[in-house]
Design a protein around this ligand. Structure first.
Ligand code: BTN
Length: 258
């Protein structure tokens, strides 16, 4: 029999012990993009930490010009309102990737800036956006996690690049349990980042698939190549360039090639 893990706010809230994240939980049957709906909620200051989930998105966005596709009930799709977040964008981006990877699996890794990887394939993506609110700007943290996709579910061009938790674990992940783990992990890492950025950097180094490897990237339309020697909490990925010198690349202007 096909198992069901319909998203249910009561199941997510039962036993949830977060300080801020998941302060309110909204579940939608369908949304164009949960990031856009979260941006509307962000205009009300009582919605700090609100998490909006959807069973499906009809116009899910990825980074840059990319779309984010998933069939109904196959993924965990969520956007979180962070209007009072004081962390800078680079640190928040690193922190979100760590928190998402830890919620997914002990074996999940990070590909800077926003991919979570299992078995060398992408299992989750993060879209961090700044949206205007009444007081200024809110961060909207959008996360898409592949859960129930099967090997043949992905479009041909993604077959070798994408995976799901069910494929990697060989068992069914309950999305309500995963949602609770994700909210808890984000809450924990945001608090940690506020107190100790070094711990974030250290954890990123442990989880990174790029550290110590040759990276090709495009920054503001120009290609660069070098050895990844770390990450800077303000300035982004640090490369020892093959052309000479050390340079940092911020997430907003950089795309990793290949
Ligand atoms: C990427 O890998 O390029 C980022 C993908 C982010 C997808 C999530 S799903 C929830 C939120 N709503 C969106 O439209 N996008 C993000």
């Amino acid at each position: 029999m096909q198992k069901s893990d319909r998203l249910d706010p009561d199941k997510m809230l039962t036993g949830l012990k977060t300080k801020r994240i998941g302060s309110k939980i909204v579940v939608l049957e369908s949304a164009a993009s949960t990031n856009d709906i979260a941006a509307e909620y962000a205009k009300d200051k009582t919605n700090e930490g609100l998490a909006i989930f959807a069973e499906e998105q009809t116009a899910g966005r990825g980074r840059g010009a990319n779309r984010w596709y998933s069939d109904k009930a196959d993924s965990l799709i969520v956007s979180i309102v962070l209007s009072e977040e004081k962390l800078n964008t680079e640190t928040l981006s690193l922190t979100s990737a760590i928190a998402t990877a830890e919620a997914i699996s002990d074996t999940a890794k990070i590909k800077w800036p926003n991919d979570v990887i299992m078995n060398n394939k992408k299992v989750a993506g993060i879209l961090l956006e700044l949206k205007p609110n009444r007081k200024g700007f809110s961060y909207i943290l959008g996360i898409g996690i592949n859960c129930h996709q099967k090997a043949g579910s992905f479009p041909a061009e993604l077959q070798n690049a994408a995976t799901s938790i069910d494929i990697e674990n060989g068992s069914f992940i309950d999305r309500n349990i995963l949602a609770k783990r994700l909210l808890t992990s984000i809450d924990h890492w945001l608090e940690t980042a506020k107190q100790n950025t070094e711990e974030v950097i250290e954890r990123w180094r442990q989880l990174s698939i790029q550290l110590g490897h040759r990276i090709k990237l495009v920054f503001d339309g120009k290609s660069y190549c070098g050895n990844c020697i770390g990450v800077d909490p303000q300035k982004g990925l640090v490369l020892q360039l093959e052309a000479g010198g050390v340079r940092m690349f911020d997430a907003a202007h950089t795309s990793i090639a290949g």
